[in-house]
Design a protein around this ligand. Sequence first.
Ligand code: TEU
Length: 556
Amino acid sequence: MSVQTEWWRTATIYQIYPKSFCDSGSKGTGDIQGIISKLGYLKLLGTDAIWLTPVYESPMVDNGYDISDYYAINPDFGTMADFDELLEKAHQNGIRIIMDIVVNHTSTAHKWFQSALGDKNSPYRDYYIWKDPVDGREPNNWASKFGGNAWELDEATNQYYLHLFAKEQADLNWENPQVREEVKHIIDFWAEKGVDGFRLDVINLISKQQDFTDDESGDGRRFYTDGPRVHEYLQEISEAVFQKYGSVTVGEMSSTTLEHCQQYSANDGKELSMVFNFHHLKVDYSNGEKWTKAPFDFIQLKQIFNKWQTGLNGKGWGALFWCNHDQPRVVSRLGDDQQYRVESAKMLAASVHMMQGTPYIYQGEEIGMTNPHYTDISQYRDVESTNMYDIMVNHDGVSKEDMLAILAQKSRDNSRTPMQWNTEEHAGFTQGQPWLEVARNYPEINAAHAVDDPDSVFYFYQKLIQLRKAIPVITSGEYIDLLPEHKQLFCYARRDEKQTLLCLNNYYSEEVEYSVPPTFSMEKAQCLLSNYDVAESGNTLSLRPYETRIYLIEEC
Ligand code: TEU
């Protein structure tokens, strides 16, 4: 298939975190029937495909990213018949389904791990990564991404297994060809059912450097990030399954580089369709440390987008996103979730949707949902957040108040609060008690209000989705940052032989003037979309608080 005609280059994908999306009953957790009941809403938005975070059988230590059976649906979410119904009804509505594949690790409750544990002769022992103790302790100093050392002792055999995430998530040994065969089999099973694509969890961590030495200068990530055989493995899986089924694939790339992503998502289609990278979401980390409370670095944000937009153009393909189930809500993070909530939610949407790539909308983002601003540790459920609270408060001497302020800004639970559907109790998410507290602002911020209001954030997203399909330069044009050093404005152009698009954004609450360079003939420009009424014309503009404007100039 030629590069231009692949459906996902003009598509917008909607991410569903099923546990928090819609409960069809009173369990307090969302389910597949709940998703089915909202397909009309997703169609109205213009969703081309749903990325469904894991719905497989799982002890739910990491909300489904700890899979215990890749071939079964978690009963909390429903049955395989429910899943088949979702697939069929989504397809009837013109919506594709992308499954989340988590194969860097399995749950320790998986039958492979259960067989491997305590038995060096198990046929599954070599599915995982085992090492002898060194000087009576862990084999090396690699850190788990959820805090503490990345090795856990199996007392019966006196060997440690590797877990880059929670200790209940054991890393698979991709060096073992049988593991790779299992992975192909899993993906084949879902593709055969008619699933349209796959999101591959932390897929750039699957190949570890085999000497497993201490990392003298870090936490070990340089020894397994974009590791020695990762491209080879991806090509093997792609050839065996993705190419066979024509699946769309998006790789989640942790701490990756542009050079690797050019190869992962290269136009030859030998590895993946596109990549997620997270560099633009670390601009509010202090010295690269997530667990800090820091303002965001606006200049750095623009530099990162510029690097990735120009670096992938013509070479690879990126996913465009602000939000997912691991990230705080963008309107609370980079916008203003009080006075200018609606304006800033729209501005942030426009500024990322007008770039090159495939945009992803995370449930609730399309109605401008905010962080819940929790104030007590008992309100949190996320394993990463509770682990870090324990480590930082009980071991590192951080005060409870400081840690709660950090969590309120950085915790993954900020995005996992139940979807706000309407003004009913618990925001219409469940008839029972929600597993995670609903944000208190649901009487004002909810999908029912958004759908009733033609000026809502929801319809702004709908329009952005439509623009991507109607205006070719959004997909194909080169990216030019017009104001890399400006402290308040983020203005860029997209350009091809026929069209120029301007995306002008004020990231702050003070009004500011901007003179569009004379090379852009503003008298020919058509304002396609804004979050304010736009009356002025000419090259000198005044951008109001969090204003965004999208202009199109057709070259004759
Ligand atoms: O996340 C990978 C990952 O490293 C991060 O997004 C992580 O949650 C964050 O950096 C912690 O600070 C993926 C999934 O999206 C996440 O939900 C899982 O917990 C993780 O993999 C393990 O499967």
